[in-house]
Design a protein around this ligand. Structure first.
Ligand code: ADP
Ligand code: ADP
Ligand code: ZN
Length: 223
């Protein structure tokens, strides 16, 4: 069955739960989870020139420049595993990125299916970021209070060690939220005008947010 590739853009501020939700939803939809933050962290780990460039911006809680970010995503979308689409997480975050994505999708003859926007109040976001722990080995996401691992510091999925992201420290987290509300608000308006935006209440349980996303995507059978 040759169906149209599926492109979903998951929006929401830092700490909204994008990564947590995207990992599961992408698996269920059979498309790769493409997270720009994860791609940059891979580059930093490997010590590539792009990683060296991105690191300073990320440490300061600023956005990495559009040109290199756009090039990285376009390259990722050209990989064979994206032939059936992708679940984008953390991209686009600026209007030029959104427009570049549209251009690339138009070249491919693809379009965006839906843009769920996970909304969470700022004080809740800061609590989520300050308690976030991530598996260094498999990327599973935990929270010290809201989603604790069975054994402290150890991943339930793979047994790998958990770490806290340096940019989740309160000062940097606040800066990231500022940047988000300044630079990413126009992207939400842009998708709203196209009728693609669906608001999701991100303050529900992880399970209920998942169910709301499934409803928004309208491709999986609801339970
Ligand atoms: P979160 O999931 O908490 O929102 P991410 O992992 O998506 O954080 O992003 C971490 C950092 O990576 C950002 O603060 C920014 O420096 C960089 N980054 C991620 N996505 C983009 C993007 N689309 N444009 C520019 N910089 C980005
Ligand atoms: P994002 O990718 O949007 O930055 P994450 O998925 O990494 O967000 O989630 C941020 C933190 O909040 C993590 O520690 C995660 O375990 C926790 N979290 C995610 N969704 C919820 C939820 N619905 N309720 C409580 N905590 C959550
Ligand atoms: Zn793990």
């Amino acid at each position: 069955m040759a169906s149209q590739p599926l492109v979903i853009v998951l929006m929401g501020p830092p700490g909204a739960g994008k990564g947590t939700q995207a990992k599961r939803l992408a698996k269920e939809l059979g498309i790769p989870h493409v997270a720009t933050g994860d791609l940059f962290r891979e580059h930093i780990k490997k010590g590539t020139p792009l990683g060296r460039l991105a690191q300073g911006y990320m440490e300061r809680g600023e956005l990495v420049p559009d040109d290199v970010t756009i090039a990285m995503v376009i390259d990722r979308l050209s990989q064979p595993d994206c032939a059936r689409g992708a679940l984008l997480d953390g991209f686009p975050r600026t209007l030029p990125q959104a427009k570049a994505l549209d251009e690339r999708l138009a070249e491919l003859g693809w379009c965006i299916h839906v843009v769920p926007n996970i909304q969470v109040r700022e004080d809740v976001l800061l609590r989520r970021l300050s308690g976030r722990w991530i598996c260094r080995n498999c990327g599973a996401v935990y929270h010290i209070e809201f989603r604790p691992p069975a054994r402290p510091g150890v991943c339930d999925v793979c047994g790998g060690p958990l770490y806290q992201r340096p940019d989740d420290r309160p000062e940097t987290a606040r800066q990231r939220l500022r940047v988000y509300f300044e630079q990413t608000a126009p992207v939400l308006a842009y998708y709203q005008r196209q009728g693609l935006l669906v608001e999701i209440d991100g303050e529900q349980s992880i399970e209920d947010v998942h169910d709301a996303l499934v409803k928004a995507v309208r491709l999986l059978p609801e339970e």
